[in-house]
Design a protein around this ligand. Sequence first.
Ligand SMILES: Nc1ncnc2c1ncn2[C@@H]1O[C@H](COP(=O)(O)OP(=O)(O)O)[C@@H](O)[C@H]1O
Ligand SMILES: [Mg+2]
Length: 418
Amino acid sequence: MIKMVFMHQLQYYAERIPWNGFKPYGKYKELQGNSVLLGLKGRKTRKGFRYNYNKPVYLDFGIDSNNPLNLLIMGRKGAGKTTISASIGFQLWKYFQCNLFIIDPQANIPAFKYPQTNPTFLHYLEEAGVKSEPMPLHVLTPKFFRGSPKFKNTDTYYSVSMDDIISIDEFSFKRQLLASLLGVEDQEPSMRKLDEVMATDPQSFERFKKELENLNKSNKFFDRIKVLDNNFKRRLSEGVISDYDKVDIVKILNNQPVGLQCSLSTEDKINMTYIAFALYSIKAGMEAGKIEGKTVFVTDEADILAPSGNKNPPSKIPLEHMSTKWRKDGAIPINLVQDPARLSTTILQQVDAVLTPAIGYNTSEENFIRSKFPNVSTMELMQLHYGKSSNYPKEWALITSQGIETFYPLPNPFLMTL
Ligand SMILES: Nc1ncnc2c1ncn2[C@@H]1O[C@H](COP(=O)(O)OP(=O)(O)O)[C@@H](O)[C@H]1O
Ligand SMILES: [Mg+2]
C-alpha cells in the first residue's frame, strides 16, 4: 500500500517536470523541419484513452546533416517495434526523399502494402489529420523460399549473382561470405579449392562451373573437392545462387521502399549471408553514386543478425559497418532488438536515440539506458516503469541525450490486423 502511494506521488511529480528539449511545433498536418512524427501525447481515462491531438511528439533525424541520427528501437515481442519502425521509415522515404530498405526476418511487412481498414483506427487517424496510406513496398524474397506459403506475398524472388559477390571489395569478407553461401568451412580442403577457382576470376557462375570442372579433371584427389562441387550444384539448383535470377536492388530502391523477407528459423546461415550480400550491393551502389541521398536501413531482429559476444553470423560485419563506416556514404541505421544486451556492442556504441515502451526495473534495457544516457534522471526513468498495459495504444518513450519524452504511437496508417 505504501509503495502504491509512493508510486503515485512520483507519478504526480514526474508529470510536472518540464521535458528537456521538448519543443512541439505545429500540428501533425503541418509536418515540417527535419522531424518525423512518432505519436501524440495522450492519457488514459476511465472511458478508455484520449490522444491529445495538439501535442505531437517528433524526432529530428538530422537528415541534412553529415551525421544523421542512429536509432535503436527496443521492446519485447508484440511491443509494436516493427510497426513504429515502418511508420518512421515510410515518413523518411515520403517526406525526406530517403531510400528505404527493410530487413524483415519475420516476413510481416507485406501487410504494410495495404491501407488501414479498422474503423476505430481510421477515426483516430482522421482526428489527427492523417490519411491511411499503403506503402508502395517492393517485397524481395530469396528464391529458395519460392513455394513456401509464408512467402507468397512477394514481388520478386532473387538469387545471389556473381556480380553481387564481385561487388564486395573487401577480399577476406568476400571469401568468407562465398564460403558460407556454398557451405564450406574454413579449415576444409574444399576451401582451398574454392580459393583456386576464385583466383581464376570467374565473372559468372557459368564460368565458376567451368573452372571447377577443369580442376576436377586435373585433380587426382577428387574427394577433396567433392564437397565444394556438390554444394555448388545444390545451391544452383535450389536457386540460392544464379546468374539469371539476380535483382538490381539499387535500381528498385531508387524508386520505392524495398523489404527483404527472409526467415531466421530455416536455413539461418544462408539467410544471413543473403542479407549480407544485399547490404553490400546497396553499399556498392551508395559508394558509386548510383543511389541518391540517404538510405534508411531498418533492421528487424538486429540482435540475431548482429549479436554481441563472439557469435559471428555473416550479417554481423555489414551491420556493424553500417553503424560506423557506412554512415558517411549516407546510411541511416534503425535497429530493432528485443534485448539490447544481445546486440553487437559496436552498434550499441553508435546509438544516439532509443525508442521503447515501458520497461521493467533492473532489466538489461534499463541498465543500457542508464549507461548510455547518464544525464537521464532516476525520476525520468521512473516514468518508464508504469503503463505496462498490453492494449493499444501503449505508451512509449523517446530517450536521447536531451532526456525522455513519452508519447502514444498513432494507430498505424498501414493495415494492422488486430
Ligand atoms: N501503433 C499501433 N496501433 C495499433 N496496433 C498496433 C500498433 N503497433 C502495433 N500494434 C499491434 O501489435 C501487434 C504487434 O506489433 P509489432 O509491430 O509486430 O510488434 P513487435 O515488432 O514489437 O513484435 C501488431 O500486429 C498490431 O496488431
Ligand atoms: Mg517485430
